[in-house]
Write a protein that binds this ligand. Structure first.
Ligand code: FRU
Length: 494
């Protein structure tokens, strides 16, 4: 289906204006605009999925993304591009990478090749290098198995223009059809040498490849067979070092999986362990989820953040392959989550990963209100709610049509119930009530509501539930039912 694009609609409105009409002309934005978020990144039109090439350079956070500009359903993949200097206000830039004779440009990462190991730039002006998957549609159609390979491209002007490496692909497929989503990071090996490490999703496992120059890649090891969740294909990995409280380094391996998530469809699991000499060894066999909601997928982290930031920041695709292509937004599809800072925490001796809203999200706060009653009107449909909670609590948002979004914890389960929260007939599984186990105490909550999403962070992100919602009319009332104190409401409308 080719959607009406916005320029075309504006053009039609202009034509209408230039004709003589007796009745007043009403300008209408594209259908589905009422669900356009206020403070989450969306493509201006067309289809978007995974965040790609997250990299920081000279004050700019780059966000590349899987993009099909000609339709609002998935198609020939490009890398769209946006930049921000605060992770919450984004400027759209021209498309960075387009499909070519080797195939569509699937997900991948970007690094700053600081010592110019690749030779694509100079030491004074180190290149930005993108490492991505080529997906050859003809190969796929012909029944071949080796139609995904890894390619690279570089930019010497801060990501504005790109040159594809002339000898692509740089990593050939050995006959495994799912062979994709390279996430490259700079690693120091046990001899103190710096090298590039690629974490690659290969069907039902992760493979690691190392390189001195981003061009020549050597197989190191693989991880994952028989470990973790395996209800679907492994995709979009990331490998991250963290310091524990005792000063020890622990490695976290993020692995998105589709389907097979805790709420059906897509989700991101993670493993905690050690990474040495190109080998990842998990501490245990436990299955852990980054976000228990149905709508945070393919999240990866920014590379090259200045050392003084001392943090790991992730953004995810706020959707689910189950229904992403049928959500009621029409001329554009999909938003990113708010940016999140990842860190480790401990529950009775077990290490887990938490995702707190990045501190820049506070920049979005406009007016703030204290809730003096149990029920209050909302200043807009784009708000943050911050409150202290008891271990069992209950909050709900409603609109004048009686639609309701319920968020509560009871009996060790956190639930975000969107079954009565508006439109849900576009997919049989969308209207679910989603629950997540939380065996430890809840004490505070932050809820980020936008035109078509709700992100719930309990205890600064010790438990997170991200969900899309499509209320027929905006939620305009909050009601706290039990176990909620000191409620603050921040208007996030720009
Ligand atoms: C994950 C994914 C990736 C792939 C991309 C294609 O959502 O399936 O594995 O590279 O989307 O758009």
């Amino acid at each position: 289906m080719i959607p009406l694009n916005r320029t075309f609609i504006l053009f039609l409105s202009f034509l209408a204006l230039s004709c003589k009409h007796d009745s007043p002309i009403v300008f209408q934005d594209s259908p589905g605009e009422k669900y356009r978020p206020e403070y989450h990144f969306t493509p201006s039109e067309g289809w978007m999925n995974d965040p790609n090439g997250l990299v920081y350079l000279d004050g700019e956070y780059h966000l590349f993304y899987q993009f099909y500009p000609d339709s609002s359903v998935w198609g020939p993949m490009h890398w769209g591009h946006a930049v921000s200097n605060d992770l919450v206000n984004w400027e759209n830039l021209p498309i960075a990478l387009e499909p070519d004779s080797l195939g569509y440009i699937f997900s991948g990462s970007a690094v700053i090749d600081i010592d110019n190991n690749s030779g694509f730039g100079t030491e004074e002006n180190p290149p930005m290098v993108a490492i991505f998957t080529y997906h050859d549609m003809n190969g796929e159609r012909s029944g071949a198995k080796d139609y995904q390979s890894q390619g690279i491209a570089y930019s010497v002007d801060k990501g504005r223009t790109w040159t594809k490496y002339k000898e692509n692909p740089v990593l050939l497929n050995q006959g495994i059809k799912d062979f994709r989503d390279p996430k490259v990071s700079r690693i120091t090996d046990s001899d103190g040498n710096q090298l590039w490490m690629m974490t690659l999703a290969v069907m039902d496992r992760i493979q690691f490849y190392s390189s001195p120059d981003l061009i020549h890649w050597k197989y190191e090891s693989e991880f994952g067979l028989g470990i973790g969740a395996h209800g679907g294909v492994w995709e979009c990995p990331d490998l991250l070092p963290f310091k524990t409280k005792s000063g020890e380094t622990k490695w976290v391996l993020l692995v998105s999986i589709n389907p097979g998530g805790p709420q059906m469809g897509s989700a991101t699991q993670y493993f905690i362990g050690d990474f040495q000499n190109g080998v990842f060894t998990p501490d245990d066999q436990m299955i852990r989820w980054l976000d228990y909601g149905p709508d945070n997928y393919a999240g990866v982290t920014w590379s090259n953040l200045p050392q003084e930031q001392d943090r790991t920041v992730l953004i995810g695709w706020m959707s689910n392959w189950l229904y992403a292509q049928s959500v009621p937004t029409e001329s554009w599809r999909s938003a990113m989550t708010i940016p999140r800072e990842l860190s480790l925490f401990d529950v009775e001796g077990t290490l887990l990963l938490k995702s707190a809203p990045a501190k820049e999200v506070d920049l979005l706060r406009k007016a703030s209100y204290k809730l003096s009653d149990k029920i209050s009107a909302l200043p807009s449909q784009s708000v943050e709610i911050k409150a202290e909670i008891e271990n069992d609590f209950s909050i709900q948002f409603t609109n004048d049509l009686g639609e309701k979004l319920a968020i509560f914890k009871t009996g060790g389960l956190v639930t975000v119930d969107r079954s009565l929260a508006g439109q849900n007939t576009f997919h049989p599984d969308f209207g679910a009530s989603n629950s997540a186990p939380m065996s430890w105490n809840a004490s505070k909550i932050r809820i980020f509501l936008d035109a078509s999403s709700v992100e719930v962070f309990i205890n600064d992100g010790e438990l997170v539930v991200t969900s899309l919602i499509f209320p027929t009319e905006s939620f305009n009332t909050i009601q706290v039912l039990n176990g909620v104190e000191n409620v603050e409401i921040f208007d996030l409308k720009k």
